[in-house]
Design a protein around this ligand. Structure first.
Ligand SMILES: C[S@@+](CC[C@H](N)C(=O)[O-])C[C@H]1O[C@@H](n2cnc3c(N)ncnc32)[C@H](O)[C@@H]1O
Length: 303
């Protein structure tokens, strides 16, 4: 492929975890450029690829067309994976992958509004038909709501001051206008933009990333066949925490509390934990693809 749409992260590690083989069916909930899906298909498996971004579907659809009926692409939020499988008449799957976040293509396309390095409209929707843009939030949300978004989703310590400055300077139309407003509150030091956390927070809020992740974890888990594998790659601590707790909560056969006379069987028990610690990128991968630096891969096997 001549255009580099997105370099798949932790590819080898993800394949080891998912163990694709002929006859197995996987859901790739974050098709993107189709890098992970291609590797699953090349190993002989079948793949249903989901993405909420029609540009990703078009690109990956073209790239993977040569796998014929073993590959199907569906435009959907991965939170709706249960409905998608129902519509296709598929009761169970042998594996699922979520590679959370935006693709390099989305990040590097200024018109999508994800980047604080190039000017573009304040959009940030992965689904271009989504109901709320970053501009809607920035220009209409009450200060308290903006401060909550920056604090909770960006872990930004200057959340309230940034929200107040935004209120003073509204309307703010473009990414670089927003960067300039943030820099009035948090002066630029070193290479990392002071707007990094604010941009991350807005992206999470616009795409409701934490809610849809929680729903997708439940839906994918419910659809896994016994022995099926589930791998999730995240890029920041809030999402990794959700995945870690979800897998951990369901991988313990017994639970205990100080006030109980004895341990009880865990009603949620359904997984064998494959990654007691998250798998991270090798130094070689980080050098080749700096975006892999913060990636964390976790996985389970359905009992
Ligand atoms: C990090 S990229 C995936 C890259 C892919 N694994 C590859 O190898 O090319 C994430 C992709 O998932 C999509 N995405 C993120 N959240 C989604 C969601 N809730 N539902 C559907 N697609 C989503 C984005 O639009 C983006 O194309």
């Amino acid at each position: 492929m001549s255009i580099q749409y997105h370099e798949p992260v932790l590819l080898k590690e993800t394949l080891t975890l998912l163990a694709p083989a002929p006859g197995k069916l996987f859901v790739d909930g974050t098709l993107g450029g189709g890098g992970h899906s291609e590797a699953l298909l090349a190993a002989g498996a079948s793949v249903i690829g989901l993405d909420q971004d029609p540009q990703a579907l078009e690109f990956a659809g073209r790239r993977l067309a040569r796998y014929g009926e073993r590959f199907r692409a569906v435009r959907s939020n991965f939170a709706e994976v249960g409905r998608v499988l129902d519509e296709l008449g598929i009761p169970g799957i042998d594996g699922a992958l979520l590679d959370i976040g935006v693709s390099s293509w989305q990040l590097d396309t200024p018109e999508r509004g994800f980047s604080f390095q190039a000017d573009g409209p304040l959009d940030m929707r992965m689904d271009p038909e989504g109901p709320v843009t970053a501009a809607d939030l920035v220009n209409t949300a009450p200060v308290e709501e903006l401060a909550r978004i920056f604090r909770e989703y960006g872990e930004e310590s200057a959340a309230r001051r940034v929200a107040l400055q935004i209120e003073k300077e509204r309307p703010i139309r473009t990414t670089l206008e927003l960067v300039a407003v943030v820099e009035k509150v948090i002066p630029r030091r070193g290479r990392i933009s002071p707007a990094t956390k604010v941009f991350q927070a807005l992206r999470i809020a616009v795409n409701r990333e934490l809610e849809v992740l929680e729903k997708a974890l439940l839906e994918c888990s419910a659809r896994l066949n016994p022995g099926g594998r589930f791998a999730v790659i995240t890029f920041h601590s809030l999402e990794d925490r959700i995945v870690k707790l979800f897998f951990r909560e369901r991988s313990a056969e017994w639970i205990d509390k100080p006030e109980w006379p004895e341990p009880r069987r865990n009603p949620l028990y359904q997984f064998r934990l494959l990654t007691p610690k998250p798998v991270v990128a090798s130094e070689e991968e980080i050098n080749r693809n700096p975006r892999s630096r913060s990636a964390k891969l976790r996985g389970v096997e359905k009992l």
